[in-house]
Design a binder for this molecule. Sequence first.
Ligand SMILES: Nc1nc2c(c(=O)[nH]1)N[C@H]1C(S)=C(S)[C@@H](COP(=O)(O)OP(=O)(O)OC[C@H]3O[C@@H](n4cnc5c(N)ncnc54)[C@H](O)[C@@H]3O)O[C@H]1N2
Ligand code: MOO
Ligand code: MG
Length: 411
Amino acid sequence: MLPAHQVEALILDQTPCLDPQQDVELLDLLSATGRVLAQSISSKLDFPHWDNSAMDGYAVRYTDVQSCSTDRPVTLEIIEEIPAGYCPQKTVQPGQAARILTGSMMPQGADTIVIQEDTQRQGNRVTVLTAPTPQAFVRHRGEFYRAGAPLLAAGTRLLAPDIAVLAAAQWVQVLVFRRPKVAILSTGSELISPDRPLQPGQIVDSNQYALASLVMSAGADPILLGIVPDDPAAIRQAIVQAISQADMVLSSGGVSVGDYDYVDRILADLGAEIHVRAVAVKPGKPLTVATFSNPQPPTLYFGLPGNPVSALVSVWRFVQPALRKLSGLSEGWKPTFVRGITRHDLRSDGKRESYLWGRVEPGENTYEFSLASGSPSSGNLINLAQTNALAVVPIGQTHIPVGAPVQLLLI
Ligand SMILES: Nc1nc2c(c(=O)[nH]1)N[C@H]1C(S)=C(S)[C@@H](COP(=O)(O)OP(=O)(O)OC[C@H]3O[C@@H](n4cnc5c(N)ncnc54)[C@H](O)[C@@H]3O)O[C@H]1N2
Ligand code: MOO
Ligand SMILES: [Mg+2]
């Protein structure tokens, strides 16, 4: 049994990245939301594109108003009104000002904005009552970004702010990585799909749904290969089909030591290199990680434990980082651990790193973790609902008392 951190490193080491030349597609900007950029982006535009006003007020020459005050106000002639979208036609001369609105272009001659709260207006004249600082409230051309500089790097996931940046830079289509394809199969002769009547001894195949849902939330495309009975020939056929279609394969069940746990043997028969068979974590001890090096790049195979909670914990801890790397992200692959405190006693046998599921909420000073109520069994999917974090009890530790610090895996 390997420790979790070693398995995490080994998996990331074995995970290929989608090819930035071949595994790409050109998408309209909105369709690119959530996708990973496959090209680096820059703009021919400066940001701001021209000097403009950050406030509603008057564009003035600083030297005209630098020593004014309520006792010594300065009155200027308003020569033009500059609303947004209008290109100023006149130059502000000494003794003059232009009425200007937020975001509008600065007129020639002016270098400073006086906000309207510091003025009094009478017809086409404005009296300035408070001296501004030099260049106050002027947003200068190129202050935010200079044309030609890098704007967004390849390997970035495009979220709303990035889409806004691309739109502003007039990129209406962008090259993104295609979604990774992840084949999912459930092994187990006891399994039926949720729409079938349940007979004694049968179990609903919830893993297929859980895994597909996680794969989709990670921005990948699940390929649902359904239920495969505990029959070596059927499992072999399903695995062959899976590796021919997908970048990554997730199977659940059949990876422990039982008489019908065939997955490892079949992987070995098919020529896969098996890197991991078990991890010192609870739940999720039986975990098979293998690679098929033909075709190239290698297809990563995860044989997840069948127990529903174990399968999900394995995905959160080990599969999601690999999916992030595979998808073309240039960084941020690793799971997110934060420190918090626990609102409940956390217990473990100390033999494996334990992941206890529950909910984390922001407290006054730190994250606060509460255990899910109900039986904490790896076969109990029911109290996993609404889980958003796993509390970690390290190997060798059997108890983390209420109020004590704890490491939390955010999921
Ligand atoms: N003698 C030992 N027995 C077991 C060990 C061990 O070390 N020695 N490890 C246990 C641990 S830990 C786990 S976890 C499980 C993992 O078993 P498998 O991966 O072989 O999974 P199965 O035996 O096929 O099924 C286990 C359990 O999960 C249910 N299951 C399976 N697939 C699904 C699915 N798609 N949806 C919902 N539920 C599923 C299945 O019905 C079983 O109840 O092994 C322990 N045993
Ligand atoms: O490791 Mo198993 O996943 O404890 O139930
Ligand atoms: Mg088994």
